[in-house]
Design a protein around this ligand. Sequence first.
Ligand code: ARG
Length: 461
Amino acid sequence: MSKKIASARISEASSELLKELNNSLPFDKLLYREDIEGSLAHAFMLSSQCIISKDDFALIEKGLKEILEEIENGTFSLDGEDEDIHMAIEGRLTAKIGDAGKRLHTARSRNDQVALDFRLYVQKNSLILAKLLIENIETLINLASKNTTTLLPGMTHLQHAQPINFAYHMMAYASMFKRDYERFVSSYERNNYSPIGCAALAGTPHSIDRNITAEKLGFKEPTLNCLDTVSDRDFALEILFNISTMMMHISRLSEELILWSSSEFRWITLDDRHATGSSIMPQKKNPDIPELLRGKTGRVNGNLVGLLTVMKGLPLAYNKDMQEDKEGVFDSVKTATLALKVLNEMIGLMQVNEENMKRACMIGHLSATDLADYLVRKAGLAFRDAYHIVGNVVNLAEEQGVDISELDLKQLQSVEPHIQADVLEVLNNLNSMNARESKGGTATIRVLEQIEAMKSWIEKQ
Ligand code: ARG
């Protein structure tokens, strides 16, 4: 029996069941680029430090580059029996170049190798997701710019509360996405340290230079402590948390889009490209896309909790449990990438039904707070007294079956004689919205400021 390359003291071939449980190649083959990139940097460092010869390095470099090509053009299949991507590539290299291939693993363990490959993957994808977030923010800004006077009822408890404009609502989501972006970038910075050269757990007696590999791979510097480095999966947990929080925001927006496209609202119309029909009801146009975005938030949360749970009881350093770190991250990254692309397309093409939003503002006495504020200013009433008086005005409007803004001056004065003709301006929904011009408020001038601030922030990214 030929010896497995990573099993010096195992004499029996592995049981089929062990292979099924143990082998990570079926999923970690996704890391082939990172594995080759890491090995190229490691081999370069080994030769710079005269740990391997220049000739060996030349062979290794050529061999690894060929393997990359073979994988990409399908001539080297990653569906074989190898335990994981690291063994598959090392095995292929040795088959191609002989002894030089066996020298590649000097001063390295799969423990730092996997920590490197996985970190490179997480780092790269953090930046991809951050960039997609910026695209979504730009689309929201664009939508907002067209709707700075589009009135809709702002809600609390899903009940009509005060009039706002649609730009304000979209800029709320843009603000969430900005924080999501910042989380991906700050995680990237925090984790931008190179794991390679930590070896199994304790470092190595070879005279390696971890600065060389760190620099070659684009890291700020090597990590500080090798025991921590091979045990650490915080970087993976961070991207999972960042994705969960971002998906939670996407899910809330999706929920609103679902609600707003229902017959009860009709505030937006999703483009036909982002809706589906029913197999039985010919009239249906279903909001499957936002529903799926909302639904997929569940699985990314599962991935986060899954890895937190895997990690919580592990003694230092590497334990095979940690092989369970990858599939959830791959799944969350894939889900989040698609979600951001789809969301961007959907909000870019949806139609905003301004008239329906405006009509909805006539339900729910949205300017009631304005009337209370008016009485405070005009008649010097304490806010709480004014609040109760307006309650009576609302009751009158309800009796009449109209909105508070539709009562005439006489009706209003029958409840509170201090009310004068200028109240009619105050009760108007557009004026009510524009009256909220405190910093960060909904008034059109404030929303325009928010849009400008967001645009200049984007320019600095
Ligand atoms: N396939 C392993 C993983 O994904 C690589 C590290 C294996 N290290 C070891 N000592 N068995 O975690």
